[in-house]
Design a protein around this ligand. Structure first.
Ligand code: SF4
Length: 420
């Protein structure tokens, strides 16, 4: 597949506007401005594009809800708060192909009737901030942003807003709270941001990768776009692979590429020829999979049938030297630390899970600890405001499901068989 999202990024000047224009950049804006906003939304709907931030909601449908709301102003927010451990797929777009994102946002803003856009950027990406700000300035100078874009009377302004490093601000309503200058905690839904979002106005929150697909959809049309990838989840997809593989990194491939091919063909297989033990397929909050589950397509539908989630498409590969109890403990330390504290099952539950896992890992586990882990997890699952609680619980449940004997051995032998 020819690269769409990571096209030209080997070029050291790929972030410069002239280089982007040379490879056909900003042509889609001209084409989009010839179209009626409704027609653009229709094309995005027909393309089958699903949100690349993790939830996989159909982008065109989300846009249609916001566009039908008569309230103005409307806002377009780009979620660039890439804080999920194992996830670094948006970074190359932000740092090497920022004009693709800007072009996608201008077209999206026009389609939605939004005149103001924000890129909510992960605080830990200082280089991306400078690169984006420079790219935005270049786009203003060339009249792709401003009060009268390309002399067509269309207005769209864009700014970068840097987060302060809280993982929960990647959740769309917490992102909105933070953008408004408040403490970044999720809001209860409904109402959904498409109707009551930033400053109580209709707001679309889309991920970097989602918005970066828009220029290509406009360029080739929804029919051609939907032929890429899997039928239920079309389009290109950026996967990032980390852990025990020969070639960790970022790969743009058709959506639905098999997990096995990703690990063994693209990432070169398991490092040092060792045996695969486990894969977390979509960032730390997605359920772990055993080696016999890797013959499935990496898309939203197939991964859910396989018992996990595509999430952000961040594949974490672990070989036979890894202690799964330790992985689970580390994950829960993260969730406990990042829990915003708004709801009791998550705030207290992640702490309890971390404590139980800590004592099992230290060889101080007692009979009944595994049942207790499952009991606490089931009392978090489905009972929290936002998906952080569910993510923490399902990591524990899946680890126990696939690697129960390791937890049992830790408790029985009072130590780790693998790492001792
Ligand atoms: S699930 Fe956790 S992170 Fe989400 S709102 Fe509740 S306490 Fe906050």
């Amino acid at each position: 597949m020819e690269k769409v999202l990571l096209k030209n990024i080997e070029n050291p000047n790929s972030h410069e506007i002239n280089e982007y224009e040379k490879i056909g950049g900003y042509r889609s804006i001209r084409k989009a401005l010839e179209m009626q906003p409704k027609k653009i939304i229709e094309e995005v709907k027909k393309s089958g594009l699903k949100g690349r931030g993790g939830a996989g909601f159909p982008t065109g449908m989300k846009w249609a809800f916001a566009s039908a709301d008569p309230k103005f102003p409307k806002y377009l927010l780009c979620n660039a708060d890439e804080g999920e451990p194992g996830t670094f797929k948006d970074r190359p777009i932000l740092e090497k192909n920022p004009h693709l994102l800007i072009e996608g946002m201008v077209i999206s803003g026009y389609a939605l009737g939004a005149q103001y856009g924000y890129i909510y950027l992960r605080g830990e990406y200082p280089d991306a901030k400078d690169i984006l700000n420079r790219a935005i300035k270049q786009a203003y100078n060339k009249n792709y942003l401003g009060d009268n874009i390309l002399g067509r009377g269309i207005k769209f302004h864009l700014v970068v807003h840097q987060g302060a490093g809280a993982y929960i601000c990647g959740e769309e309503t917490a992102l909105i709270e933070s953008l408004e200058g408040k403490r970044g905690q999720p809001r209860i839904k409904p109402p959904f941001p498409v109707n009551v979002g930033a400053w109580a106005m209709p707001t679309i929150v889309n991920n970097v990768e989602t918005l970066s697909n828009i220029p290509f959809i406009i360029e080739v049309g929804s029919d051609a776009y939907s032929k890429i990838g899997s039928p239920e989840c079309p389009g290109p997809k950026i996967y990032c692979i980390s852990g025990h593989v020969e070639r960790p990194g970022v790969y743009e491939l058709p959506m639905g590429t098999r997990l096995r091919d990703l690990i063994y063909t693209h990432a070169g297989g398991i490092k040092g020829g060792r045996k695969l033990k486990a894969v977390i397929p979509g960032g730390i909050s997605t359920p772990v999979l055993p080696p016999d589950a890797i013959d499935c397509a990496m898309d939203f539908v197939a991964m859910s049938k396989a018992g996990s989630m595509l999430g952000s498409g961040a594949v974490i590969v672990m070989d036979e030297s890894v202690c799964m109890v330790k992985v689970c403990y580390r994950a829960l330390k993260f969730f406990e630390h990042e829990s915003c504290g708004k709801c009791t099952p998550c705030r207290d539950g992640t702490g309890w899970l971390r404590k139980i896992l800590g004592r099992i890992e230290q060889g101080e586990g007692v009979d009944g600890d595994i049942e207790l882990l499952l009991d606490v997890s089931n009392n978090i699952l489905g009972k929290t405001f936002c998906p952080l609680g569910d993510g923490a619980a399902s990591v524990v449940i899946s680890m126990v499901k696939h690697f129960r004997s390791e937890f049992e051995e830790h408790i029985k032998n009072a130590k780790c068989k693998i790492q001792n």
